[in-house]
Design a binder for this molecule. Structure first.
Ligand code: SAH
Ligand code: SF4
Length: 338
């Protein structure tokens, strides 16, 4: 936490103090300055008096029927605006936090609840990491840990790049949260220039590209950002990334009834991705208030999948979690709705 680091510097604490703090804060997931046990009592009291322990305040917590998804609405204190974060507890033991990097989003994809809000503000790295720490503290009570972090909540990571990069460094820091880059996924609508910078700087997290359409024309019609970021140069960059890292890229594809889910779309997607290190995540469209799209039928999804299989393109149908608490992909709107 930068505020603690700066404070310790200001009062001329020895260098090892911040390392001790990082271990307690990120690795032991403490709940307050009282618990920084290596610190003298007076220092703990001083920190308590001068520094706010979290940049976020819980407004509401919703647990899904099956108990495997927890959605939390936070107030971002410095912005006085709300964001949402989700913890997904998978059956295979993974505990994944889906973090927001903005309040709202300026990209305006036609199918997305966050996009409907418009842009309301950027989060800083501490506000991103505090979402993870909140859930780490919950899991600590059961002696469990966060195993994965996905940047798939509210906002477009490539348009708040410095905060996203800084937050990844904190999560990845062996003296900090100590989560491997392979355990972190950044999802982007495919904004080429910042994505190139991100790759060039050496970040090697898992990439998820929100593709949603196999052709430029269709993609532009559902994702306005695609106009300035065409599929062709985007894929040139992704080829470079594949060659550089030998890593499989995830392509997210929302299945919207009658819009992008026909056999011809699947054929075209198969041709676009065959031979690549690709994994297609077929995501049945989740309903969003005020949006006129419907979810694809089961038959259409199965047919689409079979065509991708025919092209040898690795794919899975995403099992939606948390729809009953409006925590599923694209449903995050920072609202109190129950
Ligand atoms: N801005 C980034 C990350 C946040 S969106 C991005 O667009 O990739 C996370 C994922 O949810 C994206 O793949 C997005 O396209 C998807 N999504 C958005 N609205 C959705 C909806 N209504 N149903 C299902 N998935 C949706
Ligand atoms: Fe923004 Fe992603 Fe939603 Fe598009 S899908 S509006 S990029 S959050």
């Amino acid at each position: 936490m930068r505020r603690v680091e700066e404070y310790l510097k200001k009062i001329s604490s020895p260098g090892f103090r911040y390392k001790q703090f990082k271990k307690a804060f990120y690795q032991e997931a403490i709940s307050g300055f009282d618990e920084v046990t290596p610190f003298p009592l007076t220092l703990r009291e001083e920190l308590k008096k001068n520094i706010d322990f979290s940049s976020l305040e819980e407004v509401k917590r919703l647990v899904s029927d099956k108990g495997n998804t927890i959605k939390v609405l936070f107030r971002v204190k410095s912005l006085d605006k709300n964001i949402e974060s989700v913890l997904m507890r998978h059956e295979d033991g993974r505990n994944t936090v889906c973090v927001s990097c903005m309040v709202g989003c300026p990209v305006g994809c036609t199918f997305c609840a966050t996009g409907k809000l418009g842009f309301k503000g950027n989060l800083n790295s501490e506000q991103i990491v505090d979402q993870v720490m909140y859930f780490a503290r919950i899991l600590k009570k059961e002696k469990q840990k966060i195993t994965n972090v996905v940047y798939m909540g509210m906002g477009e990571p490539m348009l708040n790049l410095s905060s996203v990069e800084e937050s990844i460094k904190i999560l990845n820091d062996p003296d900090g949260f100590n989560l491997g880059q392979r355990k972190i996924t950044v999802s982007t609508s495919g904004i080429i220039a910042p994505l190139k910078k991100f790759i060039d700087k050496g970040f090697r997290v898992r990439l998820a590209i929100s593709l949603h359409a196999p052709s430029q024309e269709l993609r532009e019609s559902i994702m306005p950002i695609a106009k300035a970021n065409p599929i062709k140069p985007l894929f040139d960059l992704l080829t470079q990334y594949e060659n550089l890292t030998n890593k499989r890229i995830t392509y997210e594809y929302i299945m919207i009834n009658g819009v992008n889910d026909g056999s011809s779309h699947a054929e075209r997607l198969g041709k676009l991705l065959r031979g690549r290190l690709a994994h297609v995540n077929l995501i049945p469209y989740n309903p969003v208030k005020g949006v006129k799209y419907d979810k694809s039928t089961r038959e259409n999804i199965q047919n689409f999948k079979a065509i991708l299989d025919k092209y040898g393109v690795y794919n899975t149908i995403r099992v939606s979690m948390g729809e009953d608490v409006s925590a599923a992909c694209g449903q995050l709107a920072g609202e109190i709705n129950s």
